[in-house]
Design a binder for this molecule. Structure first.
Ligand code: PHE
Length: 452
């Protein structure tokens, strides 16, 4: 390690910001976890893969193999008080390359995540100004809008600016305060909409769709989808949680905090299903619309619902808050590492990361329009970014995280506070079970192992 790096490490540790309270940390981390993955993706994936049967597998994975990388990331951040790259470098000099891989993965995620964020702002504005006329073919509307060149990009830039504003202001004034305002509001809106949904005529069918276990869907594919969904939804494996963990004080109990996060995150994902499906069934729409559920199916619900525009605005604000608190953590994970490695100011790092994200957003957004036919490995740029990050880079990074923590850092004893049984379980999960599952899911993602 060079002298300059050592100085950067010392400086970064010496002037480390800290969450002002445990609640601030929980809300910010929950904000990172709860995002489009929960509200947009989880409900339709759960519906597709057998409702409660999927939920069961999902919860089992969350509490066991997914909790491991979550605890490890927070542990690394808390121990070294450094963001991703320097934290890995402090474990072993060469591990810095893994750190960089995670930083680039998180920046790649921003490319497509922010495009969807832009769509949310667009829909919110349209409902605000009452601009989607009734009788619209929403499928066509969505296709028309997303395939334009300028306007989706304009909204994606707005979303980027809104996200970058908070890390630009700093950890406490920006990120923590944003989470303390947005997350409680998000939860209130969610509770309200879940209750309203239960008063609709399709509530029973919706509940059945979400909760009735269909064990015939129980197979390797469902298992892998649940695993991938759980990892993405927890924001693990790409250093966002190392970064948030690095702002922790000494007293935090990591195992307890991690399970609080898992519980909150799962409850919110299930609630999203309870909000969406009763409404979808009430109006005889197709719950299996897939990714179009939020942008095509739900607008049809809002059109028929009494005071539909009001509920639409509420729903898209809720979705915006969920997406924003996640995108803040996506940016912060990269910003904090740039800052520390290149010893630059937070403001400069925010601008650099935002400019890189902006450039990545352009091909992602255009891949719905003028670049629709530009394909690499038979995928549009948007799909390629999604695939490369969710199916390849995230499992790969999480695998590296587990191997480095389990075999080099060996923190099990510190994490379980000397409890022998827990030590045994944690060690087995960390060193063998989780890495093997991750490797399997990576090989399946790359189509090297075929499960169907
Ligand atoms: N967990 C977020 C979601 O569910 C996405 C995310 C992934 C955020 C990785 C940060 C890092 O939408």
């Amino acid at each position: 390690m060079s002298n300059a790096t050592k100085i950067n490490i010392e400086q970064s540790q010496a002037v480390r910001p800290q969450w002002t309270s445990h609640l601030g940390f929980i809300l910010a981390t929950l904000g990172s976890a709860v995002g489009l993955g929960n509200i947009w993706r989880f409900p339709y994936v759960m519906g597709k893969y057998g409702g409660a049967a999927f939920l069961l597998v999902y919860m089992l994975l969350m509490c066991t193999v997914c909790a491991i990388p979550l605890i490890c990331e927070l542990f690394i951040g808390k121990k070294f008080k450094l963001a991703t790259v320097l934290a890995y470098q402090s474990i072993k000099n060469k591990c810095k390359y893994i750190g960089w891989m995670q930083v680039y993965t998180v920046i790649l995620i921003s490319g497509f995540y922010f495009v969807v964020g832009g769509w949310i702002i667009h829909y919110m504005f349209m409902y605000f100004i009452n601009g989607i006329p009734s009788g619209t073919d929403y499928s066509l509307y969505f296709a028309n809008f997303s395939s334009k060149t300028i306007s989706p990009l304009f909204f994606a830039f707005l979303f980027l600016i809104a996200s970058a504003f908070f890390p630009y202001r700093g950890v406490n004034k920006g990120i923590e305060n944003a989470s303390k305002v947005m997350m409680p509001l998000f939860l209130l809106m969610l509770i309200f909409l879940v209750i309203v949904a239960q008063t609709l005529p399709g509530a029973k069918a919706g509940l059945e769709f979400v909760f009735k276990p269909d064990f015939s869907k129980f197979n390797a594919e469902m298992f892998l989808v649940a695993f991938g969904q759980a990892l993405f939804s927890l924001s693990v494996g790409i250093g966002a949680l190392i970064t948030y963990g690095s702002y922790l004080g000494k007293e935090t109990n990591l195992v307890e905090s991690s399970y609080t996060l898992i519980f909150g995150e799962t409850l919110i994902a299930v609630s999203a299903g309870l909000m969406i499906f009763p409404a979808v069934f009430s109006y005889g729409l197709n719950p299996g619309e897939g990714p179009g559920l939020v942008f095509v199916t739900l607008p049809q619900v809002f059109e028929q619902l009494p005071a539909g525009s009001f509920f639409a605005i509420l729903f898209f604000i809720l979705l915006l808050f969920a997406a924003l608190t996640s995108s803040i953590s996506i940016l912060e994970a990269a910003i904090a590492s740039f800052r520390e490695v290149y010893n630059m100011s937070r403001k400069k790092a925010t601008i650099i990361v935002s400019v890189i994200s902006a450039f990545l957003m352009i091909p992602c957004s255009l891949s719905f329009g003028i670049m629709k036919n530009f394909k690499i490995f038979d995928k549009t740029i948007f799909d390629l970014f999604d695939f490369a990050t969710s199916s390849v880079l995230m499992p790969l990074s999480t695998l590296c995280l587990c191997l480095i923590t389990g075999w080099i850092l060996k923190p099990s004893d510190e994490i379980v506070n000397g409890n022998k049984i827990l030590y045994f379980i944690f060690n087995i999960l960390l060193k063998y079970v989780t890495p093997i599952l991750l490797l399997f899911s990576l090989l399946c993602g790359l189509n090297i192992i075929k499960i169907n």
